[in-house]
Write a protein that binds this ligand. Structure first.
Ligand code: NI
Length: 166
């Protein structure tokens, strides 16, 4: 089932997600729906926060053919190294792209859909994507990393578009 995606500046995107205490069938159904929502959008990552579900769950697939679905539950960055600048976008901020600086290499510990602990090492796009989605779980959007001027311009643009729609 496809889930509705919240759009910036919706206040619910500022919610800090809770740890998943038990990975069960309900969690797996949410993960399945999140993958469906992400692939349909289409996007390469989605955090539960974006579908107004405030648990620490992320889905990612940076391939073009849906061949590497990654589910991270209660993700934790345990190592980071280097710096990279990447032009990011977000399903919650449609049609807006800006460069953000993040760590290049990261090592992340998380649970999978079966509730098993695993570790994943990532760099470049996958690393950027994981960090972007983990930000969502803390109520942070990629636009928060931009200058105040850029943030103000974006909000003004969104206000204008909303007026046109009405
Ligand atoms: Ni996003």
């Amino acid at each position: 089932m496809k889930l509705p995606i919240l759009h910036y500046p919706d206040k619910r995107l500022r919610t800090i997600a809770k740890e998943v205490s038990k990975v069960d069938d309900e969690t797996r159904l949410l993960v399945k729906n999140m993958f469906e929502t992400m692939y349909d959008a289409p996007g390469i990552g989605l955090a539960a926060t974006q579908v107004d579900h405030h648990e620490r769950i992320i889905v990612i697939d940076i391939t073009n053919d849906k061949s590497n679905p990654i589910c991270l539950i209660n993700p934790e960055i345990i190592e980071k190294d280097g710096e990279i600048e990447w032009e990011e976008g977000c399903l919650s901020v449609p049609k807006y792209y800006e460069s953000v600086k993040r760590a290049n290499k990261i090592k992340v510990r998380a649970l999978n859909e079966m509730g098993e602990t695993y570790e994943i090492e990532a760099d470049e796009l996958l690393s950027v994507c994981i960090q972007h989605e983990m930000d969502h779980l803390n109520g942070i959007l990629f636009v928060d990393h931009l200058s105040k001027l850029k943030q103000r311009r974006l909000l003004e643009k969104l206000k204008k578009t909303a007026k046109v729609k009405n």
